[in-house]
Design a protein around this ligand. Sequence first.
Ligand SMILES: [Zn+2]
Length: 164
Amino acid sequence: MVDRKSFDMDTYIHEIQNRPCFICEMVAGRLNGNHIIYQDDLSIAFLNKYPTLYGYALVAPVKHKEQVTGDFSIDEYLSLQRSVYQVAEAVRKSVTTERIYILSWGSQEGNRHVHWHVAPLPYGVQFRQQQLEALRAENGIFELSDHEMADLAERIRQNMALDM
Ligand SMILES: [Zn+2]
């Protein structure tokens, strides 16, 4: 089992409110410790840098868009959801999970670039520790080395390629 470490929320909030958009930075090739799983003309998928669950991935449009539905035509939205589905299926094949969570949040005060969370709940988590509690970074995040993150991204990438 992978160890957990504490998460410094104040440092994180300061960072997301004072840095350039991290997703646009990634698209521009400045990874800043992020691990890309997949990218095409429309979407980019990458590992959550601060994973509260093992195998936690994020999917975003390549273009900087903010409103979860309002910045997309229905066709653009559904095309993006194709990637969300493919990433979710690849995550499901890559880690042991009882249930995949998919959600979008974010804030106009930080993390504005819209993205979808693909978060795999493992088996055996008590009901009260599921859902929002399972995603709460204050409960600690997984301590994964850069190498372990790269391996995980590669595993998800390979499982995704099998489906495409
Ligand atoms: Zn952006």
